[in-house]
Write a protein that binds this ligand. Structure first.
Ligand code: ARG
Length: 234
């Protein structure tokens, strides 16, 4: 029993989908990244404790949350209307656009979506990058079979490197991280003005407001800035 004498447990389990550097990735078997450090710092400002992290494919995170397998999603997840109908989000903690990533051998240098015509395009299942491909390319510039859906973005980038796909649609900071470490580069940015939030069950109002105030504390006390300096090379 906690010092507040409540019957409810204050321990929360976080869920994420690694393979999305620098937000969440595996290093020597360890889960690390900006989301990991940020959520831990935010929870540290609240009456809640973190019982641990669970890993899922990205498109299994919302079901895991609504089925009570986890209590909070920290996965570079974009706040959008579709998701907002199923879950709640904290205030935004990062903003991003989509990037089109290609091999850095200079053979294919698209400058706009129309330059992707008849190419093989990859994205991670269930992401906003996939939605851009679905909405803007499939059925016009490319056929359905010219879209390759991957369980995670590491597999998509590997397929790009080995020539099985020609371009990958992925969040800008993640594209830049892959480009810094692998033979790929950002061809162009497609503006989507996305904001990332931590995801919560829609009945978890106390946790949501606690995380929001924890987030604003770490944004004010310099912790947020330290973490961005650590994880984002700029
Ligand atoms: N921001 C994009 C979205 O919300 C991609 C997130 C992918 N996250 C991950 N951990 N794999 O759809």
């Amino acid at each position: 029993t906690g010092s507040n004498g409540g019957a409810e447990t204050q321990a929360v389990t976080a869920g994420t989908a690694p393979g999305f550097p620098p937000f969440e990735m595996k290093e020597d078997g360890e889960l690390v990244g900006f989301d990991v450090d940020l959520l831990e710092a935010v929870i540290g400002q609240t009456d809640y404790t973190l019982s641990g992290w669970e890993e899922f494919e990205f498109d299994s995170l919302i079901p895991a949350l609504t089925n009570n397998n986890i209590d909070v999603i920290a996965a570079g997840m974009t706040i959008n209307d579709d998701r907002d109908q199923a879950i709640d989000f904290t205030d935004p903690y990062y903003t991003s656009n989509q990037a089109v990533v290609v091999r850095s051998d200079g053979e294919f240098s698209p400058e706009s979506l129309s330059n992707l015509a008849d190419r093989q395009i990859g994205a991670q299942s269930g992401t906003t990058g996939e939605s851009v491909v679905d909405d803007e390319l499939v059925g016009s510039e490319i056929t359905e079979s010219q879209y390759s859906a991957y369980g995670n973005y590491v597999l998509a980038i590997e397929d790009l490197e080995n020539g099985n796909t020609d371009a990958v649609m992925i969040d800008v900071p993640v594209a830049e991280t892959f480009a810094a470490n692998r033979p790929v580069e950002v061809a162009f940015v497609y503006e989507t003005d996305e904001a990332f939030g931590f995801g919560l069950r829609s009945n978890a109002d106390d946790l949501t407001s606690s995380l929001n105030s924890g987030l604003s504390t770490v944004q004010d006390d310099g912790t947020y800035e330290e973490l961005t300096a650590e994880w984002f090379a700029e």
